[in-house]
Design a protein around this ligand. Structure first.
Ligand code: C5P
Length: 244
C-alpha cells in the first residue's frame, strides 16, 4: 500500500542499521525516506530490501547525469519496490530524460510497479550569485522553470526544486506535475549549507507535494518529535490549501 504522508526523511549521516531502526521508530509519522549516494553505496540493495520489509518506500536520490544509454541502464536496474521516486538531472538534457522515461516504462512492464521519475533542477544549495559562474545568465527562477518544463515535456512525473520556485513551477507545469521540495527549515532553524530555504508551511502553500527534510530531524535531540511537528505543519498547510 502506498504511503499517504508527504514528509520524506533524508537518511543522511547514518548507516544501514541506524536507518532501519530510525524508520521503524518513525513508522507512525512517515513511511517515506530518502536514500542518497553515501547510504546507497554502503547499504545497496540489501538496505532497500530491508526498508521494503518494514513497509517503507524510498526516494532514491542518486541524481543521474550522464549520456542517455548509461542513464537508461542505471534507471532500469533500480526501478523496483521499495523505490517509489528516482532522480536524474534535468541538465542532462531532453534526450537523456526521455531515455530514462523509457527505462522506467520497461521496468514497470516487468515488475508492474511504476516509479515516479523526478528531475533535479537547480540545487537548493545554490543561489542567484552562483549562476553566472556556471555560464547561466537567466534569473534563477526562470532557469528552474525552464528545466521543469523540459522535464515535463520529456515525460517525467515531476521535479525537485526549492520552495521559492515551487509556485511558478506549479503555475507553469500544472496540477498533476509532482513538486518535491528540499531545503526545508522550520521557522528560526539554521540553514546550514542550504541557501534557498523555506518553512514546511511555506513550501506547501507554494504548491509542493512532498518535502524532503534531513538535518532538522536527523540532528534533533528527539527525531521522532521533530518529524511529528514538521508533519503536523505540513498537514495543517495542506488542509488550508485545499480550503482556499
Ligand atoms: O539536511 P537537509 O534538510 O538540508 O537535507 C536535504 C536533503 O535533500 C539532502 O539529502 C539533499 O541531498 C537533498 N536535496 C537537496 N537539494 C536538491 C535535491 C536533493 O538538498 N535539489
Amino acid at each position: 500500500m502506498k504511503a499517504t504522508g508527504r514528509l520524506i526523511l533524508a537518511l543522511d549521516g547514518v548507516d544501514s542499521r541506524q536507518s532501519v531502526d530510525l524508520m521503524q521508530r518513525l513508522g507512525g509519522v512517515t513511511r517515506l525516506c530518502k536514500v542518497g549516494p553515501a547510504l546507497f553505496h554502503s547499504g545497496g540493495r540489501e538496505l532497500l530490501e530491508r526498508l521494503g520489509e518494514i513497509g517503507v518506500e524510498v526516494f532514491l536520490d542518486l541524481k543521474f547525469h550522464d549520456i542517455p544509454q548509461t542513464v537508461f541502464s542505471a534507471v532500469r536496474n533500480l526501478c523496483a519496490p521499495p523505490v517509489r521516486f528516482l532522480t536524474i538531472h534535468a541538465l542532462g538534457g531532453p534526450k537523456m530524460m526521455r531515455r530514462a522515461v523509457e527505462a522506467v516504462r520497461e521496468a514497470a512492464g516487468r515488475n508492474g510497479s511504476p516509479v515516479d521519475l523526478l528531475a533535479a533542477t537547480i540545487l537548493t544549495s545554490l543561489g542567484p550569485a552562483d549562476l553566472p559562474g556556471l555560464g547561466i545568465d537567466r534569473p534563477l527562477e526562470e532557469e528552474t522553470r525552464n528545466l521543469a518544463l523540459l522535464a515535463r515535456d520529456s515525460g517525467l512525473q515531476g521535479i525537485v526544486c526549492s520552495g521559492r520556485e515551487a509556485g511558478s513551477i506549479r503555475t507553469a507545469c500544472g496540477n498533476r506535475f509532482l513538486i518535491v521540495t528540499p531545503g526545508v527549515r522550520p521557522a528560526g532553524g539554521p540553514s546550514q549549507d542550504q541557501v534557498r530555504t523555506v518553512t514546511p508551511a511555506a513550501a506547501i502553500r507554494a504548491g509542493a507535494d512532498f518535502l524532503v527534510v534531513g538535518r532538522p530531524i536527523m540532528q534533533a535531540a528527539d527525531p521522532v518529535a521533530a518529524a511529528r511537528e514538521i508533519d503536523a505543519e505540513i498537514e495543517t498547510a495542506r488542509k488550508a490549501r485545499k480550503e482556499r
